[in-house]
Ligand binder design. Structure first.
Ligand code: IVH
Length: 687
């Protein structure tokens, strides 16, 4: 065969290929940095990220002509939200006194050995070298500024040059001192903010119950928490902090270890696991010990940090653009296991959402036995290309929830069939539906599917809806099992004589439940409308709808055109409302609720838009009767005021409910900040 000139494809220039790879890795790593630090939703594992970063470093070294100060190898990943994001737009940004750097890292013990050699060589003429070994905590770095002995600022790493001042949230962490005695009075201390495993699991359990997306790992949860704009939320989550680096002009001591000990004596939370090592073997022993022992720690760690102890030697070694040369992180491998998929089962959530679950041959992973893992949704199964009887790789890195990361293709049987996602509900047999643009399938039988019935009931009695205290989810389950509750209207037919004989109840609790039910009959129409649980009709939409449709009959008779005239109600919501009222069973429920005395009509209060609170900074504290805390927050803002998290001399007044926190009360008294009760407040804004 003869080749014509046109058939000869120019051979790709290998150098150009590498330059292209540099460009593409830079782009990919920047995107990952953003997903990791800002969105808290990384798409690749830490290991994969580190490998790509190492590859980019090697290529850039080979191609100095490609140097770019903006490359991800030259700067730390930024946690500062882009201007367009509201996420943490409300924190003041402050320039770091000393740049907040990252650490070089490796997964290889050999590389640790060569780093130790390199460092020793770099200290020519010095005979002694000590290495401090510490745990690498897997949270968010924080820089605390003490001025005149008081904690005045708490900055996130940000882009390494400037960070967000999240002081109001940091003040809620119990083991961070607000003031310190002794010298020096002006210094900076850095460390890691973490969410202990125990609290992480508690929060995720609650989120699971509320069908909110789970936090993938404690780091993501801690990061989301620290950037929350409400310090009260932060306090409830229960963050912790470990400190590992002291900086300042007036510090004494010649070594890192001495400085950490001095900080510990002044009341800072410094880890007990710190060791000063004098040989390579001691360093390796430390690494090996903690690779397994870390499983017994209350917080997440992802490696070990080695630091040259002498501050003089640190100075000699200096810094690169991104990392100190006197420190390195050895990162632990996420534990992985290969096991057989036995079956896929399907869970039905309270909104009818179907979650596929992989049941696997039990396998030991990071100290626990794993036999189940979520498969998220149909797309995830398809992406994995999961087949019946496949062998799958399960990982449990920094994440408590085991994840299937891949299928092992070499072990697939010849006749294995792809997993076919179910099309009918495993609880009630009804067909499943997938709404446009959503990844999840839902059971269509929302009025008759048991988990959905119970879910609707839980929503109906919840605090922001009918607020029926005595009916928790366990009680609802129990009454459902008894056959007393099949829909929300059945709640109003419950009898004290039925409930009292049940184990664990008695007359008093039966009475309490009925009182709660009775009280719910006073709940105004907009909240009742929200409580009905019509898809897409949240708290705010319900209020707006109730203003346009002051009775349930008007709402039921409304046409699509009329519905969409309501503020914030688009076609999707309107169709959902029409669909709900088109169902005979719902009409019956409405009728029964009306008969029971539930408020199915009533003017919704007009949206107050006064200026009564202009220029005032108001703290909300305690529990309220007439509105939820969120509602009060909205009322403050609608009236020109500002809701702030903690009491200071600048606080105008505290909107005080029942059971106000003693610390806030004490501070208010000390600073002479006025307390305003709920009724006074509502008068102030003419409600
Ligand atoms: S020292 C200049 N020590 O790891 C070096 N960092 O991947 C300052 N980290 O940004 C850091 N545990 O957030 C140091 N014992 C420890 C640490 C630690 C966790 C974090 C820190 C840093 C990141 C680098």
């Amino acid at each position: 065969m003869q080749l014509s000139l046109f058939d000869i494809v120019p051979e790709a220039d290998p150098a150009e290929q590498e330059r292209e790879e540099i460009r593409s890795l830079r782009k990919e790593l920047e995107e990952q940095n953003y997903r990791y630090y800002v969105l808290n939703a990384p798409l690749m594992s830490d290991r994969e990220f580190d490998e790509k970063m190492h590859r980019l470093e090697a290529l850039e070294k080979k191609h100095p002509e490609m140097f770019d100060a903006k490359s991800p190898t030259q700067h730390v990943g930024s946690d500062i939200a882009k201007q367009t994001s509201k996420k943490n737009g409300n924190f003041e940004q402050v320039a770091h006194k000393y740049p907040m750097l990252s650490l070089a890292n490796t997964y290889s013990e050999d590389e640790i050995r060569s780093w130790l050699e390199r460092v020793y060589k770099g200290l020519e003429g010095q005979t002694e070298m000590e290495i401090v070994c510490e745990l690498k905590f897997d949270g968010l770095s924080i820089s605390l500024w003490y001025e005149g002995g008081r904690l005045t600022k708490a900055l996130t790493r940000g882009d390494g040059v400037k960070g967000d001042n999240v002081l109001s949230n940091i003040l809620t962490i119990p083991n961070i001192p607000h003031t310190v005695a002794g010298e020096p009075q002006d210094f900076e201390i850095r460390g890691e903010v973490l969410l202990p495993w125990e609290n992480f699991e508690r929060i995720n359990r609650q989120r699971e119950e509320d069908e909110e997306p789970l936090f993938a790992n404690p780091r993501n949860a801690a990061s989301g928490t620290l950037k929350s704009l409400d310090p009260e939320v932060v306090r409830q989550r229960g963050l912790d902090a470990y400190l590992y680096y002291v900086l300042g002009e007036e510090l004494t001591g010649n070594t890192h270890f001495e400085r950490l000990n001095a900080a510990k004596k002044r009341g800072f939370h410094v880890s007990e696991a710190i060791r000063v090592c004098h040989s390579v073997e001691e360093v390796m022993d430390y690494i090996h010990y903690w690779d397994t022992e870390r499983r017994n720690l209350p917080v997440a760690t992802d490696g070990v940090v080695l630091k040259v102890n002498s501050l003089r030697q640190q100075e000699i070694l200096g810094y690169t653009a991104k990392t100190p040369r006197w420190a390195i992180a050895f990162k632990f491998e996420a534990e992985k296991q290969c096991t057989r998929l036995e079956s896929v089962s399907y869970q039905v959530g309270r909104t009818g959402r179907i979650t596929p679950v992989a049941n696997m041959e039990p396998v030991q992973l990071s100290g626990t036995i794993v036999k189940r893992a979520t498969l998220n949704n149909e797309d995830f199964i398809r992406q994995l290309d999961l087949h019946e009887g496949d062998f799958v790789w399960v990982e449990k890195g920094g994440e408590i929830i085991p994840k299937i990361t891949a299928v092992e293709p070499s072990k697939r049987g010849l006749d294995a069939r792809p997993i076919a996602f179910i099309r009918t509900c495993p609880e009630c047999g009804a067909p499943l539906i997938r709404y446009e643009g959503e990844a999840d399938w839902y059971c269509s039988n929302d009025a008759g599917c048991p988990p959905q019935i119970k879910g609707k009931m839980e929503h109906f009695v919840s605090r922001k809806a009918m607020n029926i205290d005595g009916l928790g989810s366990e009680t609802i389950d129990l009454f459902y099992e008894q056959g007393w509750l099949r829909n929300i209207a059945d709640i109003y037919s419950l009898q004290a004589e039925q409930i009292a004989p049940l184990t664990g109840f008695g007359e008093r609790s039966a009475e309490r439940i009925l009182q709660g039910i009775e009280a719910s009959k006073e709940v105004p129409w907009p909240r009742v409308l929200f409580a009905l649980g019509i898809r897409f009709v949240g708290e705010t939409t319900a209020k707006k709808l109730a203003r346009s449709f002051p009775t349930v009959d008007l709402l039921r008779e409304a046409s699509l055109e009329q519905l969409v005239q309501t503020e914030d109600v688009g076609e999707e919501i309107a169709k959902s409302i029409l669909g709900w009222f088109a169902d005979e069973r719902n009409l019956l429920i409405v009728e029964r609720l009306r008969q029971a005395g539930v408020q199915m009509e009533g003017e919704a209060p007009a949206e107050p838009t006064g200026n009564a609170l202009a220029g005032l900074s108001i703290v909300i504290s305690g529990v309220f009767q007439h509105h939820s805390r969120d509602e009060y927050k909205a009322l403050i803002e609608q009236n020109g005021g500002k809701n702030i998290g903690s009491v200071s001399a600048k606080t105008s007044f505290i909107l005080a409910g029942d059971n106000m926190g003693p610390a806030k009360l004490e501070k208010a008294e000390k600073l002479g900040v006025r307390l305003v009760n709920e009724d006074e407040f509502l008068q102030m804004i003419n409600q």
